[in-house]
Design a protein around this ligand. Structure first.
Ligand SMILES: [Fe+2]
Ligand SMILES: [Fe+2]
Length: 319
């Protein structure tokens, strides 16, 4: 009787998973954006002026709230703002490049008839359009932005291989990059729409719409496959996930070394804005809230590995 119940629930879960894939695949053709057809790059309204006051960072942002930032001339404040935005875009496409390579590896491992194959290719295509938008934005600022440090770019090659050899770890990496960006962009759309640059609004709207699909697939895949893993792989996930999430959120939410050096941001200001700022810690915790909840549900956030989450500043301290 128990075995029969288990069977029924597995069949139900599989049909829900397949229905989700069908919905996502359908949405990829009905709600799809093209980087050049759907963004009016040459509209004069979309032109980028590095000293446009609309680039000035909001005082709700940790750096924008510092006295040092507010005491800079307006032109410099705007330059820092657009430089940060362009850096997040550059890092965004570098992350998407790893993601696309990993999805292609994932697709290579699938048998004929797998529904995930079509989904994975839709996602690769969508990420390619995002990367085109992000790089076009960077080019139009005229800033020469390196994005991720060389060592991280080199290490990221291994992550792509996990798409085939350890897809559960790969999809956690996906969430680690996509969830914080999604959180920041949604906040931006909700809170700052009126005062922000229309080009950034358009790119963010397109990105948030398509990322919602990527996030739902990664979550569904993990819910379906993590429970089937053995103890060794599961412990590997417990150990690596908080390290990945902690490092990724730092690159996605703090200024790069290039920005720190270009504008001479003092170490004390960085500590005030990020290192010693409980408000920033709460922001990081909130940005990773959804992926953390999923990790709790899947037993990845579990003792004694939870200590790494607290150390990395990506989980609220126990009260
Ligand atoms: Fe994307
Ligand atoms: Fe994505």
């Amino acid at each position: 009787m128990l075995a029969q119940e288990e069977n029924t629930s597995t069949v139900r879960e599989t049909s829900q998973y397949n229905a989700l894939l069908d919905r996502l695949n359908h949405a990829s053709i009905t709600k799809h954006f093209d980087a050049y057809k759907d963004v009016a790059w040459d509209d004069p309204e979309y032109a980028i002026d590095l000293e446009d006051p609309r680039w000035i960072i909001h005082s709700a942002n940790p750096l924008g709230a510092t006295e040092w930032y507010q005491s800079q001339p307006e032109g410099v404040q705007a330059r820092i703002g657009v430089h940060m935005t362009a850096t997040f875009m550059k890092i965004g496409w570098q992350f998407e490049s790893v993601l696309q390579r990993g999805l292609l590896e994932f697709a290579m491992s699938l048998p004929n008839g797998a529904r995930e194959f079509r989904y994975a290719y839709h996602e690769v295509i969508e990420e390619a359009h995002h990367s085109l938008m992000f790089q076009e934005f960077v080019n139009r600022t005229g800033l020469d932005i390196p994005g991720l440090p060389q060592t991280i770019r080199f290490a990221s090659r291994r992550v792509a291989a996990f798409g085939r050899s350890f897809p559960e770890l790969f999809f956690l990496f996906v969430l680690g990059g996509e969830d914080p960006i999604d959180y920041e962009q949604r906040n931006f759309i909700l809170n700052c729409k009126e005062e922000r640059h229309p080009l950034l609004n358009r790119i963010s709207q397109i990105h948030v719409t398509e990322e919602a699909r990527h996030l739902s697939f990664a979550r569904a895949y993990l819910r379906r496959n993590v429970p089937k893993l053995g103890m060794i792989k599961r412990n590997f996930l417990r150990l690596r996930t908080p390290l990945i999430l902690g490092n990724m959120s730092r690159f996605m939410m703090e200024p790069s070394t290039q920005i720190i050096n270009t504008y001479g941001i003092p170490k004390a200001v960085l500590r005030e804005a990020y290192g010693d700022n409980p408000e920033h810690r709460r922001r990081v915790e909130a940005a990773l809230g959804k992926v953390r909840d999923l990790c709790i549900e899947l037993g990845i956030f579990a003792r004694p590995f939870d200590q790494i989450w607290y150390r990395m500043g990506i989980a609220p301290a126990k009260s």
